[in-house]
Design a protein around this ligand. Structure first.
Ligand SMILES: C[S@@+](CC[C@H](N)C(=O)[O-])C[C@H]1O[C@@H](n2cnc3c(N)ncnc32)[C@H](O)[C@@H]1O
Length: 217
């Protein structure tokens, strides 16, 4: 059982996590022209907080995570929300709606065959040591002109994680943007979308979260 399997049942009980996910979802809505014909992948979805907020404006969403614990909670939420994977008539066209959870680690698993018009990910990239590999996988999984939205921590001094942590201490925006460009993304934009405040040695400390929006060329 990994760290996220252990945290899964209580994940949504912290209001800051819900507020953070909803704020990021709102910023994605303003940055990307969403539509019910758009298929999307949320990577590192956890309990699906971002996707539940975006779902009314999107077509089918695949929610991927490596944690079975997170996916178990997510499946319960999808069932409780009565979200169906059906085709729905909309303006005389048909589109596929619904949410499908999958266990997936793009660093170790083969690339899935599906392609998406939108990929979004919140606070997951800093857990993945090989940034170039995950950006390349996102690029390959997107349709031509598809959008990538990455929300994550700005570079920090290591005090964000209270437990032992071996991932990235946030990201330098210029460096991450350059890596995304190298992979083939274009129209790369960064903005600050949220501020996490944490008590560090008795002092309240600010940890900004950026949103990088990029498009497949
Ligand atoms: C900090 S949590 C964020 C969860 C969710 N995005 C949210 O904001 O509520 C990071 C998530 O990324 C997942 N994760 C970490 N490494 C992963 C990997 N290599 N592949 C897929 N998911 C991963 C974890 O299981 C966890 O659910």
């Amino acid at each position: 059982m990994n760290e996220f399997d252990q945290k899964a049942q209580e994940w949504d009980a912290k209001p800051i996590r819900v507020e953070r996910a909803h704020t990021v979802a709102e910023r994605i809505k303003t940055a990307v022209p969403l539509s019910p014909y758009m298929t999307a992948l949320e990577y590192g979805c956890g309990t699906g907080l971002v996707s539940f907020a975006l779902q009314p404006e999107l077509g089918h969403i695949t929610l991927a995570d490596s944690s079975i614990g997170m996916l178990t909670v997510l499946r319960e939420k999808i069932a409780a929300g009565n979200i169906q994977n059906t085709c729905t008539a909309h303006n005389r066209l048909r589109y596929s709606a619904g949410m499908t959870p999958v266990q997936l680690d793009l660093i170790t698993d083969p690339l899935p065959a599906e392609r998406y018009q939108l990929i979004y990910t919140l606070l997951t990239l800093h857990h993945i040591p090989d940034t170039d590999k995950i950006l390349r996988a996102f690029y390959q999984l997107l349709d031509h002109s598809g959008y990538l939205c990455v929300a994550d921590l700005d570079k920090e001094d290591g005090t964000f994680h209270e437990d032992e942590f071996h991932g990235h201490l946030g990201f330098d925006r210029k460096e991450l943007g350059a890596r995304a460009r190298q992979v083939g993304f274009q129209k790369i934009n960064f903005s600050t979308v949220f501020h996490m405040r944490k008590d560090v040695n008795g002092t309240s400390k600010d940890f900004p979260i950026f949103l990088m929006v990029a498009q497949k060329s």
